[in-house]
Ligand binder design. Structure first.
Ligand code: GLU
Length: 293
């Protein structure tokens, strides 16, 4: 009897070219490559550039230069999200056809006023795991006629997931298998904690949440290795995967590299920029040591 060929594990490093890569990215990229190599798997690079306003060709070029310098060989062609907006639009349409997304017309300022007013009255407004206030229910509860009228008027809007409805459709037992540096084992997903997340807005045709699950599925990614800052986002990713009938990868959320004040590194902090460290004479081996590998 011939054995069924086992699919090779597929790992990916998926930076957003909206700033120079820093030590935190180096840890993520090394871990993905090392784990792929140890498992006899593949290592992909994906450019997450759907935020068309903040991502630039110069930063994208910096990603290639940095990874090349670090000795991380990736497969080509590289998937660039801005080349695949149709894939995300199709996924959004699927959710729309099932009544799971709605047009959201409130501006950031209007949401802020709503939250401030509620909190001034002593009511606690729910916040997501990143600390942002949940979107108010106004647009979700709108009657279809008013909604059509607003859309026809050309009013700016985003598309948001009706998370409560989505959870009801997705059913119970939503979780994921985790073997990273935080909580491990089977993690129960809690998408309700996020409220009605944005899936697309006028200035960014897809959200991070939507494009990441579509791409991981299209690229056959079996193992998602990324920072612990995205641990809670996995709840929304699992919900979208279930709704869109996409496979469930394994997850590994790794420790973050913190600055001397204990804060997460950000792309605006030049002193930990990898190309600056290269210019200062450090080697790829030095970077491995600096990130604790
Ligand atoms: N593009 C995301 C970032 O740069 C990472 C997404 C992911 O690994 O899922 O933070």
């Amino acid at each position: 009897m011939s054995s069924i060929p086992r699919q090779k594990p597929i790992y990916r490093f998926a930076p957003s070219p909206n700033g120079p890569l820093h030590l935190g990215h180096a840890l993520s990229a090394f871990l993905n490559r090392d784990m792929a190599a140890a498992a006899g798997g593949r290592f992909l690079l994906r450019i997450e550039d759907i935020d068309l306003a903040r991502c630039t060709p110069t930063f994208e070029e910096g990603v290639y230069q940095t990874l090349d310098w670090l000795g991380l060989a990736w497969e080509t062609p590289v998937r660039r999200q801005s080349d695949h907006l149709d894939d995300y639009a199709t996924a959004l349409r699927t959710l729309y056809d099932r009544g799971l997304v709605y047009p959201a017309f409130l501006t950031r300022g209007e949401v802020r006023v709503r939250v401030d007013e509620a909190e001034a009255r002593g009511n606690l407004w729910p916040r997501d795991p990143d600390g942002s206030p949940h979107y108010p229910p106004d647009d979700r509860d709108r009657d279809p006629k008013t909604r059509e009228k607003l859309l026809a008027s050309g009013m700016r809007h985003a598309w948001r997931l009706d998370t409560t409805r989505a959870i009801a459709e997705a059913g119970k037992d939503l979780g994921w298998s985790e073997d990273g540096d935080g909580e491990t084992g089977t993690i129960l997903a809690d998408p309700a904690a996020w409220g009605d997340v944005v899936l697309s807005r006028s200035d960014a045709p897809s959200s991070y949440h939507l494009s990441v699950v579509v791409d991981d599925a299209l690229q056959g990614v079996t193992h998602v290795v990324r920072g612990l800052d995205l641990f809670h986002a996995t709840s929304i990713h699992r919900l979208l995967q279930r709704l869109l009938n996409l496979p469930e990868p394994h997850y590994h959320h790794h420790r973050l590299i913190l600055d001397s004040d204990g804060r997460k590194l950000s792309k605006s902090m030049g002193d930990t920029g990898l190309l600056e460290l290269k210019a200062a004479g450090l080697s790829a081996a030095d970077i491995r040591r600096l990130v604790g590998l």
